[in-house]
Design a protein. Structure first.
Length: 247
């Protein structure tokens, strides 16, 4: 299967069967999404969604958050990973948003990454979700899943992965593909134990072809070359006498 065919099959499957895929973060405006994405680094969306309602109620705008101290913001986000750094980043981000961007979340990746706590992944999410731009945010799920399926080859870091994906995915599908790959990684292609046997795209997956099918073949060969042993083990009938004393 060529790379183009693999992309086509995988994207066709997701397009027909998943369709619209959206972020699982709960937000009401670009500012809230930006705050949520910053908080979601190395933390689950579920945990972020539990934390943000009170934070957004008390600090609903960039101006309000810019006027707060990192210590105060920390008290709202203490259950999230790296709360100290993230509290500082949120206050710094809000200040820059007010001073340099007139309190409007910018749509350009180059501008977004200037703000504290906003890396390339976060910037790509904002550009894609808020401004519908063809930017591919590569998080741990997208990186792993793309590599396993064979959509990327020898990508050493998220940027390499992003460049390869952008090259092959049609522009209009990029924002959706980002969410398709995340959801697939979160629920099927798990980091430690991918659910390959029930995976709906296994026929287009390089890992399935090169690792799982090979393992299955080896198991069959092993069983075939030990027929007696295999027969002995399975020939005992239920109720047959054994050497063990029955009570
Ligand atoms: S077949 Fe396995 S490795 Fe491939 S995408 Fe599905 S779950 Fe992931």
């Amino acid at each position: 299967m060529t790379k183009e065919e693999r992309y086509k099959q995988v994207l066709d499957y997701f397009d027909k069967n998943v369709g619209l895929a959206e972020t699982e973060l709960v937000y009401n405006n670009p500012f809230e999404l930006l705050v949520s994405v910053i908080l979601s680094a190395q933390c689950t969306d579920k945990r972020v969604n539990l934390t943000t309602p009170k934070l957004f109620k008390d600090y609903p705008t960039a101006e309000a958050m810019a006027a707060a101290s990192p210590e105060t913001i920390f008290s709202y986000i203490r259950s999230i990973s790296y709360p100290n750094n993230k509290a500082k980043h949120l206050v710094g981000m809000a200040n820059m948003l007010v001073k340099d961007f007139n309190s409007v979340v910018p749509g350009e990746v180059d501008e977004l990454v200037k703000m504290p706590g906003v890396g390339r992944k976060t910037a790509n999410v904002i550009a894609s979700v808020i401004y519908d731009k063809p930017t591919m945010a590569v998080d741990t799920h997208v990186f792993r899943v793309s590599n396993r399926i064979g959509l990327t080859t020898n990508a050493k870091n998220p940027l390499q992965s992003e460049k390869q994906l952008i090259k092959f995915i049609p522009e209009h599908l990029v924002p959706k593909a980002h969410h398709w790959l995340i959801l697939h990684g979160r629920y099927v292609c798990l980091a430690r134990n991918p659910k390959c046997e029930i995976c709906p795209i296994k026929l287009y997956c390089k890992y399935y072809e090169q690792v799982i099918l090979k393992q299955n073949k080896q198991t069959t060969v092993t069983l075939n070359i030990n027929p007696k042993r295999y027969g002995k083990k399975t020939s005992k009938k239920i109720g047959e006498k054994t050497d063990e004393k029955s009570s």
